[in-house]
Every structure is written in C-alpha cells, then in structure tokens.
Design a protein around this ligand. Structure first.
Ligand code: NAD
Length: 340
C-alpha cells in the first residue's frame, strides 16, 4: 500500500450498495483511514434515489461528497483509488473483478463470488497474479447473531452440536437491475443467491461436509426453493432451507436453531435466545456491530497491512460456490447424496 489512507470506489449503486456506503461512513466516523471517493453506476437514476432511500436503518444515503460516474472506464481514467467495492449483479462479478484487479485495484466483491466455481478460480488466479487483495462479501461471517453461534462452538460453551437448522426465506425478488434476480442464468436462482449465505455459514461453523443432498423446486427461476442436508460423521443433523417462494406479503426472515448438548439456541425475529437444559431461557448480550462495517474493516485492514485475511479468505468463498454446485447436482438427481 502506497498511502496510509485507503481510497475506495463503489461499482454498482443499487440495493446493497447503500449498506456498503453506510459502512464507509461508520468506519470514517470511527477514525479508520478510509475514504469513499467515487461511485459508478450505469443508471444515473440510482444516484438520485440515494437521497431518499431507507435500507437497513440508513435514513439518508448522502453521496454529495463522492464523484459520480456512469461507466467504469471513465472512473478508472479519472480517479485514483486503491480498492473497488463491487456491488454489481452477480453475473458481472467475474469480469468486473478481473478488470479491476488488472487495473491494480484491491477488490471487495459482493457474494456470490461468481456464478460458477470455475469463474471463482479465474478470479483467484488473477488476484494472485496481480498481487492484490480479493475478498467476497460473505457478510454473515461478521454478523454478531451468527458469531455467537461460532464462539459457542469454539469455546465449547454448551457442549457439542447435535444438530442445527438454518433458514432464509423471502418472497420473489421483484427488485434489481432489469429483473436480473428473476433470470436463473444471471442470478443462479435462490440456491446461489440466498441459500449461499447459510451454505457458507455451515462451512464456517462445521468445516467441509463429507457429502450433501438437497431437494428443490422451481418457480420463475430454477432452484427457487431448496432444502439441504450436510452430511458429517458422527450422526449430527445439519440442515438448511431457503425460499424465494414465500407469499408476497411476508417479510424476509433469517433464523437458526441449534441443539447443543447442554442447550438449544435459537435466532428468531432478529434475536438470539439461549434455552439451557435446566435453567430459564435468556437473551445473551451481543456486540452492536454492523456486519457490513466489520466486513469492510477486515478487508481494508488486509489492504493496509497486506498478507490477506483469515476470517473470510476468497479461497473459502470459492469452496462455498463449489458446495452450492454439489447441492444443485443433488437436487437435479432427486436428492441423491453427492460426495464433496
Ligand atoms: N450480502 C448481502 O446480504 C447481499 C444482499 C443483497 C444483495 N447482495 C448481492 O449484491 C449484488 C448486487 O445486488 P443488488 O440487490 O444491490 O442489485 P441491484 O440490481 O439493486 O443493483 C445493481 C446495480 O448495478 C448497476 N449496474 C448494472 N450493470 C452495471 C454496469 N455494467 N456498470 C455499472 N453499474 C451497473 C445497476 O444499475 C444497479 O444499480 C448481487 O451480487 C447480490 O447477490 C448481497
């Protein structure tokens, strides 16, 4: 790193980019040496929406301090920045990451890393060749609600895990640039877009399974609803489901339930509750951290200090995409077990 302050640029300023913008604001306010200098989006209307949008508790997304571009080439020609933050539709991740890495930028790229593990491998190779940091926004790895679960495993707080169930449910995604979520070839369906969060979390918590099996059905996209089983030794039951087929009137929800030897722990309605074997249930106190801010802090620290990041390495994000491919293979074979 040549400078001690990281200059960043966001590429793609749709829905999730607003949460990323908030992360830059929070880090800067906390004195972290990072500055968001520019934003690029092919659709200039997105810059106007920035002033009124209210996503993720961000009351107003103020982009008056950023220079705005409608094309990447123009931004690359006119801006000097160290890292690019890719918030583009998933079908553009591979090509834009490669262009930006080759232009000498460090790249933070939204999940899924790419739509195939082969594409992920090209991204990994390019990052290595260019000597630049690459990280994928598997943001649950920075979410206190899930880190509580991870810490309980690592510290053996409630004994071993006997079984865990993860869920992520949504109505059909009617949002997004030119309807890209609703096209399997552009989004990969709910299995690649939504379920991938829990697939990554299962790997983060329990490591690589021996095999997987899944059943699914299609709606307007392939693999719109998925129920997956992750097979580890020792008889543990680890399952996860995801849906883009909930009634339109439902709200997005994410949850888990884990049976430890000495307690059941549930994430429901945005709150973790511990149900001890022989005591009253309680709500643990969790850090107030914003997962997007912690994700950005981890990436920016890796850029400043060099040497990669161990919390969320891109090699692991690639393996998560590969595991989704195995689940897809199982679903297409009627739920047959597929060796990992
Ligand atoms: N981490 C999470 O929890 C999370 C949540 C939502 C979305 N995502 C991921 O973030 C990515 C973006 O999702 P989104 O919901 O914000 O999508 P979106 O469609 O709302 O936003 C994408 C933006 O990219 C712009 N764009 C399209 N083509 C472009 C191009 N060639 N150059 C510049 N800009 C271009 C569009 O105009 C749009 O504003 C996806 O990969 C999605 O899977 C992650």
């Amino acid at each position: 790193m040549k400078s001690t302050e990281i200059r960043a640029a966001i590429v793609g300023f749709g829905g999730i980019a607003r949460s990323h913008k908030r992360a830059y604001d929070e880090l800067r306010q906390a004195g972290f040496p990072i500055s968001l200098v520019a934003i690029c989006d092919i659709d200039p209307e997105q810059f106007k929406k920035a002033q009124v949008i209210n996503i993720d508790g961000n009351p107003k997304c103020d982009i008056s301090a950023q220079r705005l571009y409608t094309g990447l080439d123009d931004m690359l020609k006119n801006e000097d920045f160290d890292m690019a933050d890719i918030c583009l539709p998933s079908y553009l991740h591979r090509d834009y990451a490669i262009r930006l890495l080759r232009a000498g930028k460090h790249v933070l790229c939204e999940k899924p890393m790419a739509l195939s593990s082969a594409d992920c491998e090209v991204m990994l190779r390019t990052a290595r060749e260019c000597g630049r940091e690459l990280m994928v926004g598997q943001c649950l790895r920075f979410e206190p609600l899930y880190l509580f679960f991870k810490d309980a495993i690592d510290n053996n707080t409630f004994g071993k895990v006997r079984g865990a169930y993860f869920s992520r449910l949504s109505g059909p995604p009617h949002w997004g640039f030119e309807g890209w979520y609703r096209d399997t070839s552009l989004s990969g369906g709910a299995i690649m877009d939504l379920h991938i969060h829990d697939v990554d979390m299962v790997r983060f918590l329990f490591g690589e399974p021996e095999a997987v099996s899944a059943i699914s059905y299609d709606t307007f996209v392939r693999w719109a609803v998925i129920n997956s089983r992750f097979i580890y030794g020792g008889g543990r039951i680890i399952v996860a489901d995801a849906s883009w087929d909930e009634a339109k009137s439902t709200k997005f929800s994410m949850s888990y339930r884990v049976r430890f030897e000495q307690a059941t722990v549930k994430l429901e309605g945005g709150k973790v509750t511990v149900y001890p074997e022989s005591d009253s249930p309680y709500t643990p106190e969790l850090p107030e951290a914003n997962r997007m801010t912690e994700q950005l802090r981890t990436f920016a620290t890796a850029v400043l200090e060099g040497g990669g990041n161990t919390k969320n390495p891109p090699e692991s994000a690639m393996l998560t995409v590969r595991l989704v491919e195995k689940l897809r293979e199982s679903a297409d074979r009627g739920g047959a077990a597929v060796t990992v």
